[in-house]
Ligand binder design. Sequence first.
Ligand code: PTJ
Length: 247
Amino acid sequence: MLIPKTHPRAASLYIREKLVHGFREGLVVEEGLLAHGRGEMFDYLIGEKTTKTSHKAIRAAARALLSAKSPVISVNGNFAALCAKEIVELSKVTGAKIEVNLFYASEKRKKAIAGTLKKNGAKEILGVDPKFSKRIPKLDSARRVVDKRGIFSADVVLVPLEDGDRTIALKKFGKDVITFDLNPMSRTAQTADITIVDNVIRGMGLLIKTCKELSGKDLEEKKFDNKKNLKKSIGTIRKNLRRMANA
Ligand code: PTJ
């Protein structure tokens, strides 16, 4: 990587390089590069920083993960390329299982992703052994195939970085869904129980830190209104656009 730290866009160029590296390593599919471009655009619009609204969602997500009975972190190619170390750490802090679940499913890529997570310290990776496959009803994409020890029997699922109909199907199947999505208007963002409108690169570290702070504490239920939070994120984008248009 040849990006000088003083470059005005060093952080976002570094994230892009990480993803391209993941692509060359066989973790990320070509379409994942396009998905990243969508994310970059929304990151620009939210100001390339974790907003107050996102901090609130991160706290709600930490509570939900820590109080879950069987939490699962669902991992796709982009998430593995950007956050392998953090996925493993979050799993250790919360006791969540890690499951590989792909839209563009291939056995080769599943193995590559599982291998990267194991290199980063994961002990067990679900979603790679067809012996345990089950189907989520009312879902057409390859994402419907899940592990019966993981997403199938989970109560809370972290589903980052996807704009699709899986969240609705998971909700109908009785799961609580947490997502990271830079686009507050995506289908996943709009249908999840808790949407963290932040880049996984920034948000995952903060989620881990918050889980560590709350771990072992009394997690009395706190009201979290996702719709209200999403409206605030859209408001931030609107404000930034207005500022840019008037500059
Ligand atoms: O690895 P696979 O086969 O499961 O495929 C994964 C991709 C990402 C290709 C697939 O899930 C996909 O096509 O995603 P979408 O539908 O483009 O949605 C990606 C969503 O994530 C968009 O709403 C983006 O704004 C958002 N996003 C992209 N990069 C980031 C992000 N959100 C948080 N952090 C990011 N770094």
